[in-house]
Every structure is written in structure tokens, then in C-alpha cells.
Design a protein around this ligand. Structure first.
Ligand code: NDP
Length: 451
């Protein structure tokens, strides 16, 4: 049999795949990456980056309002969606080119087309078979829509970035990251937003104080946030969409955005024929080292549905390259990964929620402060921030840190180092604050919450 052409063949040039390909090539491996769409994957093209640019765009409306309290008089402000969309798209194209440059400069061969496993160590792309010593599947995920009548009238996060026009009214369905982020973005851009979540409180799994505080602030901003609201069907009447709820009520809007989770992209990869096992939820089953059950086939990122975040996929990629090409078997560490929801106001968190800590530990001490950020005094913006520390009462170790409020993601990144390092509440207390900031609240929490 012919010697393999490549040491590593990566399927999918998203955050994880690109990092694995580049790092493996830098370690001296012969590497190819196959991509059927644009380089950069979800994060660059249909996720984190364009989303964050939209968050910035939508924030200006609040800034303009707040500026008045500081003595500014502003003329009428108008948002031009087409102008923003074109500028955003140009930036994404620039990033696509940067990804291409990075790969080429590292010596990675880029193959365009759909890749499919053909046999042991064999991948077919655009009618040509390639042999590789190791194959890495990093195909990511895609929005998942529930099967209800009329679901074809809904859009997902894939379409929202490229809308012809911004709707004047939109129904957002879901209570996870994407639904909460787009409810805030679209509201800030001037759309009337109704957000529907099927359960009693959105952002399941996050600390409950955070979830409640965010719901309060989103409602105070004017988002029509409804819990225990289940859509049973969608209809279309000309340009209007109608969401029919379980209680029989109807909601009319120009668009309905479904953000009801994402599923791993595994179809058409030849996984079944190759004998690669999937978990019950459709994700590729991997062990601690990102190995599938088939020797020589690995998987990282959203297609493995471990923690579906860009930096986690990148971390998994780095660990795999160390394992395969640097003779240092390294398992990714999924503990204490900080996370943010770019809601308005944003939310960020690291470690255990209070509820999770109470399930796992026998003594938990909680510190919490709800406060009005200094900036909101002159602007008379009524929004209040929340910071919270969850401490193991036996060891004094800070096991969770949480925040809702302006700059929460920027602030939590630093706090996450302390939590990851296993520092104690006494270490937090021994740290002098930076005044006046919201971040200093994390080192000035003195009195535990009763109970
Ligand atoms: P999530 O898994 O975060 O949330 C899905 C939401 O949809 C939940 O509220 C869920 O409710 C609800 N839902 C699921 N099925 C149905 C249904 N049939 N009908 C009605 N509601 C339903 O998914 P997202 O799509 O928001 O995001 C996907 C993933 O992408 C995230 O989990 C995250 O890993 C990643 N992401 C990260 C971001 C960040 O880091 N800032 C930003 C965007 C995405 P329930 O809770 O009741 O199950």
C-alpha cells in the first residue's frame, strides 16, 4: 500500500481544525485541511465575530441615551443596517484571508470541497482520495430546529447576519446563548423583540441569581421576555410570520428567529461506513485524548459536543497536536472554563453556580452584591450590576465567580485565573481593588449572604 500522503488530514477549517492543522504543520507534520465553505468556521463566519460586531453596533443606542446625562446634545441618530452589514462582511472576508495566509504560511495544503472517509486512513475530497496517517474531524455544528408545522418560516443564526432588512418586530425562540444575545442585539438596533422560552427561567445551567438579574434587566430595557411560552406552529401571511403558542395565542412579527440549540455536523462524512461511533445525541464519541473508537481517527470541537466554545476547540486542538506530534500525551482540561453571554447587559461566569456548589459541597458560603455602576449615576440609567462569589466553606476556596453588568466578560477573564489557580476568598480579600471600577467589587465583598 502507498505511504500516506499526509501525517494529518483535518476535515473542517473552523477554530479547532485550523489550529490543529497549523500547529501540526509547525511541528513538522505534512498536513492538509478540507473545507467545503469559508475558512474560519462558525466563529468567524456565522458566530462569535459577526455577533460581537453586532453587539457593538447595537450598544450605541444605549451610549447615545446615556450621553445626555453627561451634558451631550445629540442630533437624531439613525442606524443603517445595509452599511453595517457591508462593513461587517468586508471584515469577515479580511479574516477569511488571514486564515488562508496562516495556513499556507505554515505549509498546510487547503483542499476545497466536502470530505468523506473512504477507508482506513483514506479521505475523499472532490473526487480524489488522499491517504493520511491521522484523520481529525472538526466539522462543528449547525442550528437545530424543532419539527413543528411551519418551521420553514423561521430563520436561524445562520441567516440573521445577512438579512436584507432589519425587521421592525421579531419573535426570538429559545433561552440559551444565541437567543439571549440576539434579543439584546436586535432590541438595541431598534427592533421590537419578543423572546419566548419554554421553561420557567432562561439560561438553564447558569447561576440562578444571574439568570434572574439578567431577566429583570432585559425586561427593564423593553424586551418582551416571556417564560413558559411554547410555540406549537408557525404560519406565514405575506411578509408577516405568525407564531402560534400552546395557549392558543398568536404573535405576529416580520421574522421569527429560532435559537433552540445546535447539533454536531456529522452527516455525509462516511462515519458509519468507517465504524466511527456516535453518542446517542449524535456527537462523535471521543475519549479524554479526543480519540474516536477507530484508531487513527480523532475529533475535536463542537462535533464532539463537550463544551461548545471556540477557545475550548482551540485548546482541544493544541492538546491533540501535543499528543500526536510532540510526544506529550495531553488531555484537554474542561474544568473552570470561563464563559460569557454577550447579552445586554452581558453576563460572565467561571466555576460552579451556587446551585451546583450546594449539590457538590457540604458547606457553601455566598457573597453577593447588586449595585449601580458609577457610570449610570449621571446618565440616570437604572440598570444594576451583580457580582457574586461562591466559596467552599470548608477550604475557603473560591469555586465560582459570576457577574452581570457592563464589561462582565472583560472582568471575568482575569477573575477566572484566580479561580482556576484555586485561590481562596482570603486571597481575593488580600487583593487591593482598582478604584473606581465595577471589577473592584470582586475584592471588596465582605459579608456573606445569610442562609
Ligand atoms: P443552547 O443550548 O445554549 O440553548 C438552546 C435553547 O433552546 C435552550 O434554552 C433550550 O431550552 C431551548 N430549546 C431547545 N429545544 C427546544 C425546542 N424544541 N423548543 C423550544 N426551545 C428549545 O443553544 P444555542 O442555540 O443558544 O447555542 C448553541 C451553543 O453555541 C451554546 O450552547 C454555546 O455552546 C455556543 N454559543 C456560545 C456563545 C458564547 O460563548 N457567547 C454564543 C453563542 C453560542 P432548555 O434549556 O429548556 O433545554
Amino acid at each position: 500500500m502507498a505511504a500516506p500522503e499526509y501525517d494529518l488530514f483535518v476535515i473542517g477549517a473552523g477554530s479547532g481544525g485550523v489550529r490543529a492543522a497549523r500547529m501540526a504543520a509547525s511541528a513538522g507534520a505534512r498536513v492538509a485541511v478540507a473545507e467545503q465553505s469559508r475558512l474560519g468556521g462558525t466563529c468567524v463566519n456565522l458566530g462569535c465575530i459577526p455577533k460581537k460586531l453586532m453587539v457593538y453596533a447595537s450598544h450605541f443606542s444605549e451610549e447615545f441615551r446615556d450621553a445626555r446625562g453627561y451634558g451631550w446634545t445629540l442630533g437624531p441618530a439613525r442606524f443603517d443596517w445595509t452599511c453595517f452589514r457591508e462593513r461587517k462582511d468586508r471584515e469577515i472576508e479580511r479574516l477569511n484571508r488571514i486564515y488562508e495566509d496562516l495556513l499556507r504560511r505554515a505549509g498546510v495544503e487547503i483542499l476545497t470541497g466536502h470530505a468523506r472517509l473512504r477507508g482506513p486512513g483514506e479521505v475523499e475530497v472532490a473526487g480524489r482520495c488522499h491517504r493520511a496517517r491521522h484523520i481529525l474531524i472538526a466539522t462543528g455544528g449547525a442550528p437545530h430546529l424543532p419539527r413543528i408545522p411551519g418551521i420553514e418560516h423561521a430563520i436561524t443564526s445562520n441567516e440573521v447576519f445577512h438579512l436584507e432588512a432589519l425587521p421592525s418586530r421579531i419573535v426570538v425562540v429559545g433561552g440559551g446563548y444565541i437567543a439571549v444575545e440576539f434579543a439584546g442585539i436586535l432590541h438595541g438596533l431598534g427592533c421590537e423583540v419578543v423572546q419566548l422560552y419554554r421553561g420557567p427561567l432562561f439560561l438553564r445551567g447558569f447561576d440562578e441569581d444571574l439568570r434572574r438579574a439578567l431577566a429583570e434587566e432585559m425586561r427593564a430595557r423593553g424586551i418582551d421576555l416571556r417564560f413558559e411560552a411554547r410555540v406549537v406552529a408557525l404560519e406565514r401571511k405575506g411578509d408577516r410570520r405568525i407564531a402560534i403558542l400552546e395557549d392558543g395565542s398568536h404573535l405576529e412579527a416580520e421574522q421569527v428567529l429560532y435559537a433552540t440549540g445546535r447539533r454536531p455536523l456529522t452527516a455525509g462524512l462516511g462515519l458509519e461506513e468507517a465504524g466511527v461511533l456516535l453518542r446517542e445525541d449524535g456527537a462523535i464519541a471521543v475519549d479524554r485524548y479526543s480519540r474516536t473508537n477507530v484508531p487513527g481517527i480523532f475529533a475535536i470541537g463542537d462535533v464532539t459536543d463537550r463544551l461548545n466554545l471556540t477557545p475550548v476547540a482551540i485548546h482541544e486542538a493544541m492538546c491533540l497536536v501535543r499528543t500526536l506530534f510532540e510526544d506529550r500525551p495531553t488531555a484537554p482540561d474542561h474544568d473552570n472554563v470561563p464563559r460569557a453571554v454577550f447579552a445586554q447587559p452581558p453576563l460572565a461566569t467561571v466555576g460552579l453556580s451556587e446551585e451546583e456548589a450546594r449539590r457538590r459541597l457540604d458547606r457553601v458560603v455566598v457573597y453577593r452584591e447588586r449595585f449601580r455602576p458609577l457610570k449610570h449615576t449621571l446618565s440616570e440609567n437604572p440598570e444594576r450590576s451583580l457580582v457574586k462569589l461562591v466559596v467552599d466553606g470548608n477550604t475557603d476556596r473560591v469555586v465560582g465567580a459570576h457577574m452581570v453588568g457592563p464589561d462582565a466578560p472583560e472582568i471575568l477573564q482575569g477573575v477566572a485565573i484566580a479561580v482556576k489557580a484555586g485561590l481562596t476568598k482570603a486571597d481575593f480579600d488580600a487583593t487591593v481593588g482598582i478604584h473606581p471600577t465595577s471589577a473592584e467589587e470582586f475584592v471588596t465583598l465582605r459579608t456573606p449572604v445569610e442562609g
